[in-house]
Write a protein that binds this ligand. Structure first.
Ligand code: FES
Ligand SMILES: [Fe+2]
Length: 445
């Protein structure tokens, strides 16, 4: 089994780096299963992770115009992301400074101010308290400047908006480590969000996030993909809080004994044919002399994007079209990028340790001279949510995951080196929760 180096660069934070090309001398990593079911552990995560880490909130397209507002719920926390009349993006804790009720839910456009629906305290879009009915009852010397909304840190990477409830937290740029630089050639700024789907999951948030942090499950759960993905030579790198794996599509898995162009073509159509606008099997076009199916499929995607959507991908090679970069960012974020697609998946905690929310945001490259539009926001049950052929398989398997994890005989989960990014999530969790010494055992000898 070949696995590119996943050497850590921040050993001070993460302890021994996971640096291995396989694990022939070692044992599986063992991680306490309680982390996936304990309410006490979930409570610690609320206090030390969800309140301290940078969390993806929405897309810029959700708050593109002055007066736009978007509420983001992260477990019990509620944050209002607001585009001010001055064009500045700000965020506030969603709590009126009078008696503390949430000021609003959902989203809004064209706002000039925020008015609490309970007693009518008014705030401007900078969070300043500007008025309160019957203010004499509050005293002649009430100082409005002390009663503004509590600010939340907000920043962006490309079209993705992040928030952080901790005023002392490091900057987003520092938090993301080398990810923005690594992804620079992919021009993430050019993407526009067109849809966001939220679905409640009957599983701990880590079970959801983990399933987007490894390719070990491709050979079993996504076997239809094997005809069109190199799932073995997909290198992984881990930088600290972040990591990446890169998978080439348009080639057959080395696991397959036999493959041909038709197999690659059919597999790609079944699993992601919508990228070419083809959803039914048909005879595979043959590559020209010196070319491969990567070129054939890359050209088809480019032509489809141009002809059907007016999106110009001429600046990207066929290889860039078919190489999927899968960035994992602690605690809960997966960002999938190739030339024609950007998909952002995040798992947020639910009301209890055994529930969560999966939020998926889909993006396309901007079309010249077409203004930004508000994305569709859909809230759907897990069995109806359409995330696409492959992601639907992930969602489906997660329906039963928690039932197993809840069994008392399961004291630990056992992970392979191919799941290095899952291990890394736990290493970062231990750092944020102050778990010392590490409870993670095993790994390469
Ligand atoms: S709780 Fe907001 S005005 Fe009273
Ligand atoms: Fe998957």
């Amino acid at each position: 089994m070949s696995l590119a180096d996943v050497g850590g660069t921040r050993e001070d934070l993460l302890g021994t780096a996971i640096s291995s090309v396989g694990n022939s001398q070692g044992t599986p990593f063992r991680i306490p299963a309680d982390r996936y079911r304990s309410e006490a552990f979930a409570e610690r995560e609320h206090e030390h992770v969800w309140q301290k880490a940078w969390i993806v909130a929405c897309s810029i397209d959700h708050v593109a115009a002055p007066g736009d507002l978007y509420e983001v719920r992260i477990g019990r926390y509620s944050v209002l992301v607001v585009r001010g009349r001055d064009g500045e993006l700000r965020a506030f804790q969603n709590a009126c400074k009078h008696r503390g009720i949430a000021l609003c839910s959902g989203s809004a456009q064209g706002l000039k101010h925020l008015r609490c629906p309970y007693h009518g305290w008014m705030y401007d879009l900078r969070g300043q308290l500007t008025g309160m009915p019957s203010h004499k009852g509050l005293g002649e010397n009430v100082d409005k400047s002390e009663l503004g909304l509590t600010p939340v840190q907000v920043d962006t990477w490309g079209p993705i908006v992040f928030v952080n409830l901790d005023p002392e937290a490091m900057t987003l740029s520092e938090f993301l480590e080398v990810v923005p630089q690594d992804a620079k050639a992919l021009k993430v700024d050019d993407f526009r969000c067109y849809a966001k789907i939220r679905t409640e999951m009957p599983a701990n948030w880590k079970l959801v996030a983990d399933s987007f942090s490894e390719t070990y499950h491709v050979q079993t759960l996504h076997r239809e993909m094997l005809g069109s993905i190199d799932d073995i030579n997909s290198g992984q790198e881990i930088w600290g809080r972040t990591g990446v794996s890169r998978q080439l599509y348009g080639v057959a898995s080395p696991r397959l004994i036999k493959s041909d162009n038709q197999l690659i073509w059919d597999s790609f159509i079944v699993t992601q044919g919508e990228r070419m606008g083809i959803t039914e099997s048909c005879p595979a076009p043959m590559p020209a002399e010196g070319e491969t199916m990567v070129d054939v499929i890359g050209e088809r995607i480019r032509a489809y994007q141009k002809d059907e959507k007016g999106i110009d991908l001429s600046g990207f090679s066929n290889h860039e079209m078919l190489l999927l970069h899968q960035y994992n960012i602690f605690p809960n974020l997966t960002v999938l990028i190739s030339a024609d697609l950007l998909q952002v998946l995040s798992a947020r905690p639910g009301a209890t340790a055994d529930t969560s929310e999966l939020i998926g945001m889909s993006f396309e490259r901007e079309i010249k001279d077409v203004p930004r539009a508000r994305p569709f926001d859909l809230d759907m049950p897990a069995d109806q949510a359409g995330f696409g052929f492959v992601l639907n398989q992930d969602v489906d398997i997660l329906k039963n995951a928690q039932r197993g994890v809840n069994q008392p005989g399961l004291t630990h989960i056992s992970l392979s080196c191919e799941e290095a990014r899952v291990v890394n999530t736990h290493r970062n969790l231990e750092h944020y929760l102050g778990i010392e010494p590490s409870e993670i055992t095993g790994g390469p000898a």
